[in-house]
Design a binder for this molecule. Structure first.
Ligand SMILES: NC(=O)c1ccc[n+]([C@@H]2O[C@H](COP(=O)([O-])OP(=O)(O)OC[C@H]3O[C@@H](n4cnc5c(N)ncnc54)[C@H](OP(=O)(O)O)[C@@H]3O)[C@@H](O)[C@H]2O)c1
Length: 281
């Protein structure tokens, strides 16, 4: 090749209209950021929409389901209790098939997936101590491999369907910068975001028929994950950072980050493939 491949920089409207009949899937929807995003996004959908919630905790998923139905009784909510560390392509395809069932895909104006599932990994050990291959595979299984496989299964279902396709990856500042004790998390988020950036680059060529990709970084949020980091991290600087955010009540709420996410998505304040942080807007 005579020149470097070009980066997709063509400005285009990425604004997403959520007020239509939508097929919507959220992973890690049993609690935390995923649950709040599922509720607040589904609130906007038109009757006939299908919302699919994945996580391990059946009771957590049921709680999210009833919250969605209380704000929008006109959607169908399907929950599936699944361990995304090990779920095979066949299991994921089966979940998608059953959720769509006999619904003609042509009725959807929008197909949207939020890859929110995430784990912090072992923050008790330093990078130099991470010599357990099974632990690496387990971490990347949940946070990278299954995410990519599910994404393929999802997009394949809607290939050839004329609806808008939107893929959201919940990412982190930790995919851009190294943080002590967070080796698995930083490495996993970096690999995961690069997968979605390549997807965006490839799909940009298809124009409006392609897939719109947003990598949304929610900022530091009050969830089980940040409680866990603050109590278990081997790095005082990390524990102190989260303690400081809590002591000064500057840690974000799931409501705050979800509102910012919806603003960015609905107003198209991103180019496909961009990494957009809570504090960017
Ligand atoms: N909180 C923050 O400050 C922050 C900052 C930047 C980015 N993020 C990202 O935001 C996303 C959500 O984080 P969060 O803080 O809301 O975390 P969280 O409260 O720990 O929730 C994680 C979600 O993932 C699900 N999950 C975990 N392991 C799973 C598995 N093996 N199979 C299926 N589901 C699984 C959990 O459900 P079950 O336990 O029921 O399976 C839960 O619904 C993550 O990707 C995280 O990296 C968070």
């Amino acid at each position: 090749m005579s020149s470097e491949p070009t980066t997709a920089t063509t400005p285009s409207s990425t604004a997403v209209n959520l007020e239509q009949v939508t097929y919507f899937l959220v992973t890690g929807a049993s609690r935390g950021i995923g649950a709040k995003m599922a509720i607040e996004t589904a609130r906007k959908f038109k009757p006939g929409s299908i919302v699919v919630l994945l996580a391990r905790s059946a009771s957590g998923l049921e709680h999210t389901r009833s919250e969605i139905l209380s704000v929008n009784p006109h959607v169908t909510v399907v929950t599936s209790s699944v361990d995304l560390a090990t779920a095979s392509k066949e299991v994921l395809d089966d979940i998608l098939d059953k959720s769509i069932s006999k619904t003609p895909l042509g009725q959807f104006g929008l197909a949207c997936i939020i890859h929110n599932v995430g784990t912090i990994g072992n923050v008790e050990r330093k990078a130099i101590e991470l010599d357990d291959r099974a632990e690496w595979e387990d971490y990347f299984g949940t946070n990278v491999f299954t995410v990519a496989v599910l994404n393929s299964c999802f997009l394949r279902k809607f290939a050839g369907v004329g609806c808008r396709k939107v893929v959201v990856n919940i990412t982190s500042k930790a995919c851009l910068a190294p943080f002590q004790s967070m080796t698995y998390y930083c490495a996993g988020k970096a690999a995961r975001e690069m997968y979605f950036r390549v997807l965006a680059e490839e799909e940009a060529e298809a124009g409006a028929a392609g897939v719109t990709v947003l990598n949304y970084s929610p900022g530091p949020v009050e969830t089980d994950m940040t409680v866990d980091i603050q109590s278990r991290s081997n790095a005082p600087v990390i524990r102190d950072y989260f303690k400081g955010l809590r002591d000064t009540t500057t840690i974000l709420t799931t409501e705050q980050t979800t509102a910012k996410f919806l603003q960015i998505l609905q107003n198209g304040q991103f180019k496909t493939g961009d990494h957009v942080d809570y504090y960017d807007h």
